[in-house]
Write a protein that binds this ligand. Structure first.
Ligand code: SF4
Length: 318
């Protein structure tokens, strides 16, 4: 999952190096701030929080490749070749949350962590910036924080998420039931089996769990995957299904500019614009989960909408 704000047109192709080994690709970049006001795809949330610039998972379909944060990255490197820790971000976050608290706006604050990076990519093992942010969030809890990741590394911070109680949801990306598809489109990401285990462990730990089929990649068996998601979601979990076209923030234009169309053609999968499978999966789940399953942007916006409704109800009770 990675979508934030629409960017300006690509200003001409620039040479991009695939070299990730240089210090320039992983050098810390001190954070000038922590929270960013949302717009576009994540408009249901009030803020996003990005502990890293770049993402070494480097998914072929990632929309961040079309955003300014990547297009103007210096030095020009391929998407996936760099990951800069935003050092000092937790201190910035603490100050910003206290400011919101002073204004009486903390309870209405809903944070998506993260929309342009994975907060638990391998660099987190070294820098622990996402952990530091969760510690700050625990001391000054906003209305809602959604941690979006595909990495089992988040397990190390289950206790921090648990301490946030109803304020925190862990959203785990699981885009397909086919490991060969996962390997072709996201070769540097954790396996599907690892992510299934992560979801099971998060449920066992009593966390609020959302599964993000985002974007839905080619599936082997729509109903079989639906049944697996149903079981993983349990009695309280949520599922959001998305497609390349609905979810890249530009009706598929951002995806068209990535390697995704060529990879679909090379593997003789259905056309990347075909939304039959994601819609069929969403419909199958909706019959069984009702409003605990959502579609694309509206599906991701449900959690902050619930927070807003609760805040309004509390205001009316006073
Ligand atoms: S994990 Fe998310 S942010 Fe990272 S490359 Fe993949 S889609 Fe993009």
């Amino acid at each position: 999952m990675a979508s934030e704000q629409p960017g300006a047109p690509e200003p001409g192709a620039r040479h991009r190096s695939t070299t990730a080994g240089s210090d320039a690709a992983h050098a810390p970049r001190p954070a000038s701030g922590a929270l960013t006001r949302t717009g576009g795809f994540l408009c249901g949330f009030t803020h996003t929080l990005q502990p890293y610039i770049g993402c070494s998972f480097g998914c072929a379909y990632c929309y961040v490749q079309g955003l300014q944060v990547h297009r103007f990255h210096q030095p020009p490197l391929e998407w996936g070749a760099y990951a800069h820790p935003r050092t000092g971000i937790a201190d910035k976050l603490r100050r910003e949350l206290l400011r919101l608290q002073k204004k009486g706006a903390l309870g209405g604050c809903s944070i998506f962590m993260s929309s342009a990076t994975d907060p638990y990519q391998p660099a987190e093992r070294t820098w622990r910036l996402s952990r530091a942010c969760l510690e700050v969030l625990g001391a000054t809890p906003p209305g809602l924080v959604v941690v979006q990741t595909r990495s089992p590394l988040v397990r190390d911070d289950f206790a921090l998420l648990h301490a946030l109680g109803a304020h925190a949801w862990l959203s785990v990306t699981l885009e397909t039931d086919d490991e060969a598809v996962r390997r072709a489109l996201t070769p540097r990401c954790p396996s599907l089996a690892q992510r299934v285990t992560l979801i099971e462990q998060a449920q066992d730990a009593g966390l609020n769990v959302q599964i993000a089929v985002s974007p839905c990649l080619p599936l082997r068996d729509v109903e079989g995957f639906g049944a697996q998601l149903l079981k993983l979601a349990g009695a309280r979990g949520r599922v959001v299904v998305d497609s390349y076209v609905a979810g890249d923030g530009q009706g598929g234009r951002r995806t068209a500019a990535t390697a995704t169309p060529a990879l679909h053609a090379a593997h003789a999968w259905a056309d990347w614009r075909d939304q039959q499978q994601p819609h069929a999966l969403h419909a199958w789940l909706q019959q069984r989960m009702g409003d605990r399953v959502g579609w694309s942007q509206a599906g991701f916006a449900v959690l902050p909408a619930l927070l807003a409704a609760e805040a309004q109800a509390a205001g009316e009770r006073r």
